[in-house]
Design a protein around this ligand. Structure first.
Ligand code: COA
Length: 179
């Protein structure tokens, strides 16, 4: 299990099965899912979050190939406001979402700062690669702010349909210079 991580405003706790009900209440809305990869089932089933946590995330965390945190406000830590995870998957190393009420306030940039540090310093990786829809302006901006480079573009299948998908990359030496 990864440790809890802290930022000025956030507490990131390793994901547990007990978080599933909270995810189920907040995740299945269009503003969250539209630009996610279309492996996310839509309409979202009533047990979607429980299955994702229990059958996908927790086994992968136990095998040391996935690190997922619930994002909580330090001022109200009883409820999560989103999730952020790191994955050992080809060209797909980090994913995140925030419930709509919490978007656009700098929270994901703050969460990314500590999670990206965990990738490079604790997990000792050389490169972080993330795919995202060109139309996902908020997510692209998070990447740009971190100093990522655009290294490819192709069509991608998202919950909202087929869109241009970009691949962004951050190398450890560039992250060190930038952070
Ligand atoms: C993408 C997402 C995680 C961004 O998180 P966030 O906390 O809202 O992002 P921040 O507040 O840290 O904003 C970072 C930058 O993006 C900008 N931004 C955020 N949302 C934006 C939007 N919808 N359109 C344009 N710019 C946006 C902010 O203004 C900020 O820019 P700045 O650095 O120039 O000030 C959030 O919108 C989200 O959860 N979206 C749904 C799930 C998703 O798409 N996940 C990513 C899949 S690749």
């Amino acid at each position: 299990m990864p440790p809890s991580l802290h930022t000025p405003r956030l507490l990131l706790t390793p994901l547990q099965l007990g978080d599933a009900a909270n995810i189920q209440r907040q995740f299945p809305v269009w503003e969250v899912v539209r630009y996610l990869d279309n492996h996310v089932p839509w309409p979202y089933p009533a047990d979607g979050a429980e299955r994702w946590v229990r059958d996908f995330v927790l086994p992968a965390m136990a095998e040391g190939r996935h690190w997922e945190w619930a994002i909580r406000l330090r001022s109200a830590p009883q409820s999560l406001i989103g999730c952020i995870g790191l994955m050992d998957q080809p060209d797909n190393h980090r994913g995140f979402w925030l419930a709509p009420a919490w978007q656009g306030q700098g929270y994901m940039s703050e969460a990314c700062a500590v999670v990206t540090r965990y990738w490079f310093e604790t997990l000792d990786r050389e490169v972080l690669r993330v795919p995202k829809a060109v139309a996902n302006l908020g997510s692209r901006r998070v990447s740009q702010r971190e100093g990522m480079r655009l290294i490819g573009e192709a069509d991608g299948e998202f919950v909202c349909g087929t869109l241009k998908r970009e691949l962004w990359e951050l190398r450890r030496e560039d992250w060190r210079k930038h952070s």
